[in-house]
Design a protein around this ligand. Structure first.
Ligand code: GLN
Length: 250
């Protein structure tokens, strides 16, 4: 059995759980997503984290999630899980921020990052809650005749840029950075970052803003795919990232 965990400290964890359960339930008989193979559980402790094979870090408020993770003794285990053990992890919105190696600080303080995605993320890129929006994204790899994917952005971050090996110097005071781990080594150079989705021109926002990336075992999206009825991205993640391992085949 494959156990998929959802970090359930704060934010939209229940919606992710229901989506993962639905994706598995809807899988056609004989497909790789056989219900009997998966168990979907909530993760609140390091013991629970140690018992899962893959993890979703939901959207919510990244400062709150990181504070609770720190108090629960989960920050280092989460870094170990994503960056050393290289288990499949998917971060949405606040989850994407936490999985970035660098993130802009919000006005009221920053937060401890888990890191793993060698990118700089900009929090609240589109502005305040009232500037939240939805748009259609083209994610042809999710299948089903490929209708566009309705993406919900709520005080969403974007990936501002992909970092390079040369970005290891000091950073300005408005950026937080995930701590280095001994086990990090030079692997970043060999695991390329794939830009999975960018904002389309039709949105009236800045076309080309990066809203989904993947680096090996880590997948991140700025938007909330758990807030529409569409489970295609959850199904894709289970199939490609959880069952398929770190190899990308998009
Ligand atoms: N703006 C939030 C943050 O900085 C993220 C919002 C979300 O997850 N929907 O953590």
């Amino acid at each position: 059995k494959i156990t998929v965990g959802i970090l359930a400290l704060q934010g939209a964890f229940l919606e992710h759980k229901l989506h993962l359960q639905k994706a598995v339930r809807q899988a056609s008989p004989g497909s790789p997503l056989d219900t009997t193979k998966f168990e979907i559980v909530e993760v609140r402790t390091s013991e629970q984290l140690a018992s899962v094979d893959a993890l979703v870090i939901p959207g919510g408020e990244s400062t709150a999630i990181s504070l609770i993770a720190e108090r629960s003794g989960l920050l280092q285990p989460l870094r170990q899980f994503a960056r050393v053990d290289r288990k499949p992890v998917w971060g949405t919105c606040a989850g994407l921020i936490l999985l970035s190696d660098e993130a802009s600080k919000a006005k009221k303080g920053g937060q401890e990052l888990i890191g793993g995605l060698h990118v700089r993320c900009q929090r609240n890129h589109f502005g305040r809650q009232t500037e939240s929006f939805e748009c259609d994204l083209s994610l042809p790899f999710v299948g089903d005749g490929e209708p566009p994917f309705r993406a919900v952005f709520i005080r969403a971050p974007i990936v501002e840029r992909v970092l390079t090996g040369a970005d290891s110097g000091d950073v300005a005071g408005d950026v937080v950075r995930a701590p280095k781990l001994d086990a990090d080594a030079d692997d970043y150079k060999i695991t390329p970052i794939e830009i999975i989705a960018s904002l389309p021109t039709t949105q009236g926002k800045e076309a080309g803003d990066i809203v989904a990336v993947r680096q090996g075992n880590i997948f991140g999206t700025s938007f909330h795919p758990e807030l529409t009825p569409d489970v295609r991205l959850h199904r894709w993640w289970l199939q490609e990232c959880v069952l398929g391992g770190g190899e990308s085949r998009i």
